[in-house]
Every structure is written in C-alpha cells, then in structure tokens.
Design a protein around this ligand. Sequence first.
Ligand code: GDP
Ligand code: IMO
Ligand code: MG
Length: 424
Amino acid sequence: MSGKVILGAQWGDEGKGKFIDIFASEADLVVRSQGGNNAGHTVIVGDNVYKLHLIPSGILYSGTLNVIGAGVVLDPKVVLSEMDELAKKGAPLDNLFIDERTHVIMPWHIEQDGLEEAARGAGNIGTTKKGIGPCYMDKAQRIGIRMHDFISKEKFFAAVKRVGELKNKLFVNYYGGKALDLDAIAEEYWGYAERLAPMVRDTSVMVFDALKAGKKVLFEGAQGTLLDIDMGTYPYVTSSHPVAGGVCVGAGIGPTLVDEVVGIFKGYTTRVGQGPFPTELDDEVGEYIRQAGAEFGVTTGRARRTGWFDAVMARYAVRVNGLTSIVINKIDPLRGLPKIKLCTAYEMDGKIITDFPADLDDLAKCKPIYEEFDGFDEDISGVKSYDEFPESIKTYIDAVERQCGCKVSIVGVGPDREQIVYKD
Ligand code: GDP
Ligand code: IMO
Ligand code: MG
C-alpha cells in the first residue's frame, strides 16, 4: 500500500503542481480530492508551460491514471476547455476519470459568487468568482447536482428546473438582478454532459483497488492549509478541506490507506485575497520578492501579497496535517536580499504566542518576532546537491526545520521539474 498526499501548507500557490508532476512520474494514479477551478497549478516541462485548474497534474504521463474525486466541485465547461488545450499539446486524455458523486458547478453558482462578493462590499473575501463557495453551499443544503444526475438527461433537465427556479428567485427578488435563461442553460450543459459521460466512474473503487494492489497513489492537494474552511483563517478561506483529512473524505478512502503526507511551503509566504497576514511585507522587500518569485495568480492574475516565512503558521500546518516531511520550495527568489527573516513567534498584547490563534481579531493584533539570517548572492538555480548550497541557505533551512519540528526533504530552486534539491 502506498498512498502519498502532497498538499499546500500555507495559503496556496506553494508550487504543488511542480511536485505533483515530479512524483507522478512514478505514480500509478493521481487524485484531486477537493476544490475546483479556483486552483491554478503550473507545470513546466522544457519549453511547455501547462496551467491546470481542474485536471490533476499527473495528466502528462500516459501510464498514470488521473482521477477527479467526489470532493471536487467541477465546472464542466472548464474541464472540457482544459482537455482541449491539453489535446492540442499532445497530452494523453484517455486516462482521466471523474467520480459519480462529484458536484457540478452551474452558471448560477458563478453568478451567485459575484453577487455575494459585491454585497459584502469592503468586507469581501476576494474569492476567485468561479462559483466554488455557492456550489459547496448547495451541496451542504442538499440541492446540488452530482455527476450521476448530470449525465442522465431526464434527471438533469428536472434538476435545472428545480434548482434554477430557486436561484432565479434569489437573483431577482433578493439581489434585484436578472433571471437566468434556464432552457438555454439546460441545452448548453447537456452538450457538456454528453462529452463527459464516458469518463464518469465510482473512483473510490479505483483508488481503493489500486492501493490494495500495492500501487502508488498520489493525492494532489489544491489551495492550502490556511484556506481550509475549518482550520484556515475563517472567513477568509475557501469552502473545502485542503488539509490532509480532506483527502480521505474527498477521495472516498479511509485514513489507514495514507502512508505519507508531504507539506509544500515556499521559502517565504504569499496570499491572494483578503484576511490577516502577520508577516506581510507591504514595502520594497515585499515587492522585490513578488517580482523575483513572479508572484501573480495563475487563476485570476492578481498580484499575490508577500511576506517572510512564518514558523508559527508552519508548526500549525505540521500539526493539523500530520506532515511526515516538508518541502521548502522557491528559495531562489530570496537571492540578493541582504537579510532573510524567519518569524518564530508572535507578540500579542504583551504576551508571546507560539500557537496559531483561531480568532482573526487576535491574529490581526499579532506582531511577528523574527530571527535574522544572512542572505545569499549566488545563483542557485542550477544547484544539484544539498552540499553545493551557500552556508547561509543551509543555516536558514536548518532553522526552518528546527522551528517546524519536521524534516525538510526537498528544496526548490526554480520552476522547472529538474530544479529541485534533495536534502537527505
Ligand atoms: P500551486 O498552485 O501550488 O501549484 O502553485 P502555482 O503554480 O500557483 O504557483 C507557483 C509558481 O511558482 C508557478 O509559477 C511555478 O512555475 C513557480 N515555481 C515553482 N517552483 C519554483 C521554484 O522553486 N522557484 C521559482 N522561482 N519558481 C517556482
Ligand atoms: P492553488 O491550488 C491561492 C483563495 C482566493 C480567496 C479564497 C476564497 O492554486 O494553491 P474561492 O474562490 O475559493 O471561494 O476563494 O481562497 N484561493 C486560493 N489562493 N491558491 C489557490 O489555489 C486558491 N484557491 C482559492 O484567492 O482568497
Ligand atoms: Mg496556484
């Protein structure tokens, strides 16, 4: 049995796509278990850049099966356009499967996401406006449309009428907006359903059988730990469970089938959207890191907020995910900075805090306490072995490891799949 989870340990965009792609080369099956096309995962292979939102990042290997699990919310239009793009680049697509229980993002979810964000005004979350939150809301309200309904014409047309009419009442009577044309939606989306129908399976069976047969299964995380609806910086979170526990629910397996949980961090911190960020650098150092790390969103193009590595948050991520090892990705963008800082604790109302607080009002008051390290000027993008790193990087990585209480297995030095350095 070999189940390995790769997840984001900060606020997303840690470089999960690159690592899934690397580990997928030796995996038999790759599974996405939560989130939707709010995710944006970059995979770079030579001159080809793939920006994947829904399709698992294992798709580039013809021998690997790729599964979109029950916990994902799937926009059919997006998955089909992603498939068309991949087909143009020659990627194999006959190895992609979607779970019968996966919920479908409909046009009213996207509409509702936009209306709700506008209604929140200055208190908006900064969602990706892809309909993710409203689709999960309908799932919890038990009015969602799942893939097995979607691919049955009679059930799908009835569901569009039932749910669509409810949504139109909300849009017209509450938001004062326009009603959606439900007949046009049913016709358009039935076309998508027909294309996707051959890929629909009970993927929990596929994953279970693969693990029982001793095959290698990789669980591809989306978003990040601090965006988890329970464990993240609520309400500035997404509506799913990016933490390790979410993998079991979303892929339909038990926790005893997971052997390894790898948390991906950057050598610093970024965040897209609103919410407190204790180590944020709203200055020229923050801008330097943003430019050096090309910190602009894959999904929305927004500039990412940047800050120092936060070990209070990292220890929290190690704990709530039960991480077995960590990756420190994107260390190269820190090149050229005279000093590198690492937040080891917070000071709040005169007290020292070492555990990440639940109350965002408390978090907003937290002032980071930093340990300072020498920077580095060397070009490390071609480093192949850990010994070749400048001493200052090794000292910094050692401190991160000590602060997190978890071993660092890999350091990332550039966007290409070759640009990784194994530590032990
Ligand atoms: P994901 O959402 O976690 O898969 O990450 P994104 O793809 O949204 O963002 C990570 C960005 O950093 C992408 O543009 C990657 O190509 C890039 N990247 C990944 N690893 C490295 C690295 O080690 N160094 C640098 N400079 N860029 C990297
Ligand atoms: P990957 O997988 C970074 C953020 C949004 C917003 C909040 C809620 O690429 O790491 P949503 O549309 O999900 O309701 O928005 O969550 N967010 C992400 N930030 N990376 C992501 O995915 C994200 N997915 C959602 O910016 O703050
Ligand atoms: Mg991303």
